[in-house]
Write a protein that binds this ligand. Structure first.
Ligand code: FES
Ligand SMILES: [Fe+2]
Length: 356
């Protein structure tokens, strides 16, 4: 059974990725070509020319259409063949290439692969920090991972892995300590304030995992931005089915009740197919936003975290899962800290059942 949900908005790229030079992206098992037409609108078509099946992304954009590199048929943004440069110039009716609905919002390009009548733009994740240049510095990245996209969701919904996998980047070198886990939807209410704490919240459309670290050296990710020394860090990540995640980080000086330095990191995971996925990440922060050198250091740390640390670990796990995409089929050990990741997978199973 497929693990991929068709009726959903997926990130197809950042605004800066798509120009009038055609771009190929494989999404949900489909080869897709993205381009900007003469009005600057992003169009998304099946990359396969219906004549001899040439890849359209090797062609050129001509006005509002894309010209096939093989025999020059042109297709507009609806996938309709609008020009046949040969013979009578006629095109047999019914020959077109598939087109897909696209929405470009706040620096992000979203694509809908499923039933266009079910495409409701209310569900699109807000990335407005990417365009609020007076309030946030920001950077974007795109990588791919050779693993089922839900393994990346698992990774993000349990941030306790950071102290082991990311000691030099997002977590820091603090000694590993036991996490206090509250399943009540609120932080624990004991008199003794735990130094490391996890709690969970859910709504009908989202699941959130919170993590609170107190009195720790500020994680290296923050070093280019602030110099707080000992800090308190509240991180919370919200999952929207199937695989768009919004991570918020608030950092204050340890024990201080002050306006925090804020960071937003959106992780948009788009299946390429059952065994690989795109990993689009955008990060924004609201402190020291004019400093370009600091921004380069921040994105360098993000790359190290995702590309050198998370990516290879997820790929190795997928290899050791022998290509299996159903985690539960392998009867994994379940921990309290897996709570949200497991709920997300259960919700996905229900959503996938409803799609069949
Ligand atoms: S393969 Fe595209 S025009 Fe022939
Ligand atoms: Fe990670």
């Amino acid at each position: 059974m497929t693990t991929m949900m068709k009726n959903s908005w997926y990130c197809a790229g950042w605004t800066t990725d798509v120009t009038n030079t055609p771009l190929h992206r494989k999404i949900m098992g489909q080869d897709i070509v993205l381009f900007r037409d003469s009005h600057g609108a992003v169009q998304a078509l099946s990359d396969r020319c219906p004549h001899r099946f040439a890849p359209l992304h090797k062609g050129k954009v001509k006005g509002d259409a894309i010209e096939c590199p093989y025999h020059g048929l042109r297709f507009d943004g609806t996938g309709t063949c609008v020009l046949n440069p040969h013979g009578s110039g006629q095109v047999p009716p019914g020959h077109h290439t598939d087109s897909f609905r696209v929405e470009e919002r706040n620096g992000t390009i979203w694509i809908w692969i499923g039933d266009p009548d079910k495409a409701n733009t209310d569900g699109i994740l807000d990335t407005s920090f990417l365009v609020e240049k007076d309030m946030f510095a920001s950077r974007t990245e795109h990588h791919s991972i050779e693993g089922n996209y839900m393994l990346v969701v698992d990774n993000l919904l349990d941030l306790t892995h950071a102290q082991f996998l990311h000691p030099e980047t997002v977590f820091g070198k603090s000694a590993a300590e036991r996490w206090s886990v509250s399943l009540t939807g609120k932080p624990g209410e004991s008199d003794e304030v735990p130094l490391q704490e996890v709690w969970f919240e859910e709504t009908e459309t989202s699941l959130t995992a919170h993590q609170m670290m107190r009195q720790k050296p500020q994680p290296p990710l923050w070093d280019p931005i602030v110099d707080y020394g000992l800090a308190d860090l509240h991180s919370w990540i919200t999952w929207y089915a199937p695989s768009n995640l919004d991570l918020r980080l608030d950092l204050t000086r340890a024990g201080q009740d002050e306006k925090p330095a804020r960071m937003i990191v959106v992780h948009l995971i788009t299946p390429i197919d059952e065994h690989s996925c795109h990993y689009f990440v955008a990060i924004g922060w609201d402190t020291n936003i004019e400093d370009e050198e600091a921004a380069d250091r921040v994105i360098g740390i993000v790359r190290q975290t995702l590309v050198d640390e998370d990516g290879p670990m997820i790929e190795l796990c997928q290899t050791y899962m022998d290509g299996e995409t159903d985690l539960f089929a392998l009867k994994p050990l379940l921990l309290q800290t897996d709570g949200v990741a497991i709920k997300a997978r259960r919700r996905m199973s229900k959503l996938l059942e409803m799609q069949t």
